[in-house]
Design a protein around this ligand. Structure first.
Ligand code: CP
Ligand code: NVA
Length: 314
């Protein structure tokens, strides 16, 4: 049986199987190749797509916008001051109104509950463009980049360093557990991921053959890493905590000394961006030959396009 994602929402990778995730990544690789050759198949002709952003965005917003236009759809940006969502109107009512007008809805904001309600009440595919808890489209781009660099995803050793309980740590742990990636978090104990999520991912890992490990010693964690990944120390909405975070996360900065501790010369550096140089990563690492951060950024567009084509395309 082939994979068919028509009509599905994309809220978290918890809802997707290994085969479905692999399908989306391979579709993105195909769409990337076609775009480079100037081939546009316009799978989303006459579709209208709402892009709701409660939080700012460069990559995600541009990826949805360009993905729509390349495929013949109309994207409509709805910023936090443009619509009534959550202020003058309930999420449920806004969802039902948008569902009558639009064929698909992207949501970036604070609460995972909001994106789930939008999906439940709109009746059209809803795509999670980041919440406090999750960032599933980023993981597709990251895994696509790994497939391009290493020729495979399963079996790689992936080390996430920094705020081990933010949306990226969560999403990468879910994705790794589903895909058979050996996933390591290196973080101070107070920033370790939610125990329930770790248990859930360990369940997924039983099926895929992935391993999930949590360290507080960054040097021990990076040994044999194929990928070292980090993210900002204070996520959107947590800016007031930056000084406190910097105090505990300073030993977890990804710098050349930490990179050398992998014991491998093939390790790549990944970051979802935007990055704060001098905090979670040094300029030498993010600008170094091991850095693939701009491939990841480009792949956001191809993978987001793949999600829209797979769930909404003709
Ligand atoms: N990585 C990512 O989601 O970037 P933006 O915040 O710019 O969308
Ligand atoms: N953890 C970051 C990811 C940005 C893409 C944030 O939520 O701000």
């Amino acid at each position: 049986m082939g994979v068919n994602l028509k009509g599905r929402s994309f809220l978290t990778l918890k809802d997707y199987s290994k085969e479905e995730i692999e399908y989306l990544i391979d579709l993105a690789i195909d769409l990337k190749d076609k775009k480079k050759k100037g081939i546009f198949e316009r799978h989303l002709e006459h579709k209208n797509v709402a892009l709701i952003f409660e939080k700012p965005s460069t990559r995600t917003r541009c990826s949805f916008t360009i993905g729509c236009i390349d495929e013949g759809a109309h994207p409509e940006y709805l910023g936090k001051n443009d619509i009534q969502l959550g202020h003058k109107e309930t999420v449920e009512d806004t969802a039902r109104v948008l569902g009558r007008m639009f064929d698909g809805i992207e949501f970036r904001g604070f609460s995972q509950d909001t994106v789930e309600k939008l999906a439940k009440y709109s009746g059209v595919p809803v795509w999670n463009g980041l919440t406090d808890e999750d960032h599933p489209t980023q993981v597709l781009a990251d895994f696509m980049t790994m497939k391009e660099k290493f020729g495979r995803i399963a079996g790689l050793r992936f080390v996430f360093i920094g705020d081990g309980r933010n949306n990226m740590a969560n999403a990468l742990m879910i994705g790794s557990a589903k895909m058979g990636v050996d996933f390591v978090i290196a973080a101070p104990k107070e920033l370790w991921p939610d125990e329930k999520l770790v248990e859930l991912c360990k369940e997924y890992a039983k099926e895929s053959g992935a391993k999930i490990e949590i360290f507080d010693d960054p040097k021990a964690a990076v040994k044999d890493a194929d990928v070292i990944y980090t993210d900002v120390w204070a996520s959107m909405g947590e800016e007031a905590k930056l000084a406190e975070r910097a105090a505990v996360l300073r030993p977890y900065q990804v710098n050349e000394e930490l990179f050398a501790a992998t014991g491998k010369d093939s390790t790549v550096f990944m970051h979802c961006l935007p990055a704060v140089r001098g905090y979670e990563v040094t300029n030498e690492v993010i600008e170094g030959p091991m850095s693939v951060v701009f491939d990841e950024a480009e792949n956001r567009m191809h993978t987001i396009k793949a999600v829209m084509v797979a769930t909404l395309g003709d």
